[in-house]
Design a protein around this ligand. Structure first.
Ligand code: ATP
Length: 449
């Protein structure tokens, strides 16, 4: 378990803010909720979409050596035999209710009989917190077609990566890419987690953004280092504080992995540093296994050298939901406002990912101000999301937008209707500048780019 962080635990406050302001709701709440499944509301869907768009842009659009795909969630059941997921997760498992660690039933470090009061957790040392062994597979099973029989079993994919591996040659040949090149995908994954929790940190249905980079064996180490660095830069550019990010090399590698590192973010409180992304050197394990199980060659033909080989894979795998949570945690702050008795809650999201870019406020509901404000808002809305608010004191309206991370507040006041200027308030500095109404779009566009 991570040691207690120097940053405060803001999770409870965030869960409440996210519900109140329409970022994230518990799934099927009116029926009492579904465990560890969450729905994104109007602001949450925009925020997560901005995260995914930025990832897609940096992986696919900005580069000529990575292709995007969107593979189906349901795949041939043999895929999960080849990947190791069918065999790998059917061991009897024991979980510790205290530290949430999961152990294999035959773990020699467990003292006593799991399920009984004398059994002791080998990690946190608690007594009586170990469950009885249970056969557990993380994959959700369902049936394809009308008959519910074992031959018809299919799985909801527990990761998006396999859709990339099985399409390796389809993509390579249709796009005429040459090794090294990558394939990227964003999509839903499902895991029947036995220790879910911490809001959208670990859920049973989530979205992954995965990229598999296919390289020549022998060059894998340099590509691994390259992607490790690139991915860290991406998280920083998203607005996560550099001092809350770190690399964590894996102490124990999976049998197929040649190297692995996590990018961890400090979520604060007792959660502390936790993985948000994994970067793995997977060797030729995945393509090799799919060759074996499908009987189809998955080799790359290196024309200039007239030879064939199975590429090695460097994988970058990041959760869209977990990254969204990291951004919310990172952005949340409560602060005093100079000269005001009430403090404010702010989501200091970088303008580029904030769900709403500007609030538009007529100072009062008369003297032509609402009409002008409506015109300004309609004009801006064609370029980015804006929120029009004419209800209540202006200070209150600013606060409501601060709380959801809106970087700019545009106020139409008495002077506006006279000289065609408006004020733009900066969420973080609280400074106001006066700008001609027809310059506002350019002013904001420049700052959210
Ligand atoms: P963890 O040990 O935290 O469950 P993992 O090592 O199993 O993660 P990977 O299989 O490497 O995770 O998946 C890559 C990324 O997908 C993780 O870094 C995380 O951002 C995201 N992810 C994995 N499982 C979940 C989940 N249950 N809920 C939300 N995001 C997840």
């Amino acid at each position: 378990m991570a040691s207690v962080s120097a940053y405060p635990d803001v999770m409870e406050k965030l869960v409440s803010l996210c519900k109140r302001r329409g970022f994230i709701f518990q799934s099927s709440e009116i029926y009492g909720g579904t465990g560890s499944v969450w729905d994104y509301g109007p602001l949450g869907v925009e925020l997560k979409k901005n995260v995914k768009d930025r990832w897609w842009h940096s992986m696919v659009r900005e580069r000529d050596d990575i292709e995007g795909i969107d593979a189906a969630i349901l795949m041939h059941p043999r895929v999960w035999e080849a990947s190791g997921h069918v065999a790998g997760f059917t061991d009897p498992l024991i979980d510790c209710k205290n530290c949430k660690r999961r152990f294999r039933a035959d773990d020699p470090t467990i003292k006593g009989t799991p399920g009984s009061p004398d059994a002791q957790c080998p990690v946190c040392g608690s007594k009586g917190t170990l469950s009885e062994p249970r056969l557990f597979n993380l994959m959700f099973k369902t049936f394809m077609g009308p008959v519910e029989e074992s031959a018809a079993i299919v799985y909801l994919r527990p990761e998006t990566a396999q859709g990339i591996f099985v399409n390796f040659l389809n993509v390579q040949q249709s796009s005429r890419q040459k090794v090294p090149f990558g394939i990227a995908q964003i999509g839903k994954a499902f895991r029947n987690e036995i220790t879910p929790g911490n809001f959208i940190f670990r859920t049973r249905e989530f979205e992954q953004m995965e990229m598999q980079f296919f390289v020549e064996p022998g060059t894998d180490e340099e590509h691994f280092e390259y992607w490790k660095e690139r991915r860290m830069e991406w998280h920083k550019a998203l607005g996560l504080s550099p001092e809350r990010l770190r690399y964590k090399p894996h102490d124990q590698l999976a049998h197929y992995a040649r190297a692995a590192a996590d990018i961890e973010f400090d979520f604060g409180g007792s959660l502390g540093f936790q993985e948000i992304e994994g970067i793995h050197n997977r060797s030729d394990f995945d393509l090799g296994r799919h060759q074996e199980y499908s009987g189809k060659k998955l080799e790359y033909f290196d024309q200039p050298n007239n030879r064939r080989f199975v590429p090695f894979v460097i994988e970058t795998s990041v959760g869209a939901d977990r990254t969204t949570l990291a951004l919310l945690v990172n952005a949340y702050r409560e602060e005093e406002v100079p000269g005001e008795s009430e403090g404010r809650t702010v989501l200091g999201l970088t303008p580029a990912i904030a769900p709403i870019k500007a609030g538009v406020f007529p100072l009062v509901k008369k003297d032509g101000m609402p009409e002008m404000a409506t015109r300004v808002a309609d004009d801006l809305r064609r370029a980015f999301p804006v929120f029009f608010d004419d209800g209540g004191a202006i200070g209150r309206r600013y606060r409501r937008q601060d709380e959801v991370g809106t970087p700019f507040g545009i106020t139409i006041d008495g002077q506006s209707t006279q000289d065609g200027t408006v004020t733009i308030r900066d969420r973080d500095t609280l400074q106001q500048v006066r700008v001609a109404a027809d310059q506002v779009k350019g002013y904001i566009a420049e700052r959210i780019a």
